[in-house]
Design a protein around this ligand. Structure first.
Ligand code: ADP
Length: 244
């Protein structure tokens, strides 16, 4: 049997780790425990799905992982840096360097072409102007859009728009892609194609965290977490039943 040496174990630092994370919203007299204290580690190469019914806390968790919200208690560490100890600007820089976002509503700029939407993200990531066009073409080709470079979002199908958004998310070469209901606005066949693309990226080494309320889609991830009333538990994706 091959033994795991202590050094190789020590090297397997999580990309993101969450300790005792809790988020409470206070609305007047009402206290909402959107996230009950939870721990989670995301490692290089993971394809994680977070599933659960509406209101179970999925978006709250994703916003905390994405460093766009702050917890009531607990901490989020990205590449072993505590997000809570950083100022706003440093946190934004860490987010830009390490995270790529994909949204249900695609969030593309309507006046720009597919290529320009990706080029903007490259500009934000500090890629020199001369290299942006080639890199954008490369990224869009990698998601199957080599023939759609000069199309604007309204000239693209929903699935194609989500591919542009995925190419954009890849622009800064992120440690982790955070996808919030990436198939939520797509018909089921197109949704399956988008998840296949995410699977391909994951096989090539990309770490992905995907939130979805669709358990059929969620079961295709390599690790599956189910949320309910702000609590979370990990289950075996192949054993998770559709009615859970
Ligand atoms: P999901 O993404 O699983 O649908 P959310 O994370 O959006 O769930 O919401 C979890 C709970 O927190 C829900 O009860 C929701 O109403 C509440 N909630 C979410 N955002 C806020 C907010 N900004 N203020 C108050 N309550 C909120």
């Amino acid at each position: 049997m091959t033994e795991v040496s202590p050094t190789s174990k020590a090297k397997r630092e999580p990309l993101i780790s969450v300790r005792n994370l809790e988020r409470v919203y206070r609305l007047g007299e009402q206290t909402i425990h959107a996230l009950r204290p939870l721990d989670l580690e995301i490692h290089q190469g993971d394809f994680i799905a977070i599933a659960g019914p509406s209101g179970s806390g999925k978006s709250t968790l994703l916003q905390l992982l994405g460093l766009v919200d702050s917890p009531t208690h607990g901490e989020v560490r990205v590449r072993d840096r505590s997000a809570q100890e950083l100022g706003g600007e440093q946190r934004a820089a860490l987010r830009l360097r390490t995270l790529g976002f994909v949204f249900q509503a695609f969030n593309l700029l309507q006046m720009l072409t597919a290529r320009q939407n990706v080029e903007i993200a490259l500009a934000l990531a500090g890629v020199p102007r001369r290299q942006r066009r080639n890199r954008a073409v490369e990224l869009l080709s990698a998601v199957g859009l080599a023939q759609r470079l000069e199309h604007r979002p309204l000239q693209l199908s929903g699935g194609e728009r989500q591919r542009v958004a995925i190419a954009r998310a890849l622009a800064n070469n992120p440690d982790v892609i955070l996808a919030d209901e990436p198939t939520g606005n797509l018909d089921s066949q197109t949704g399956r194609e988008i998840v296949s693309l995410l699977e391909d990226l994951n096989r090539a080494g990309q770490t992905i965290v995907m939130v979805t309320h669709n358990l059929e889609i969620a079961r295709r991830a390599s690790r599956l977490f189910l949320m309910r009333d702000g609590g979370i538990r990990e289950v075996d994706p192949s054993a998770a039943r559709t009615e859970e």
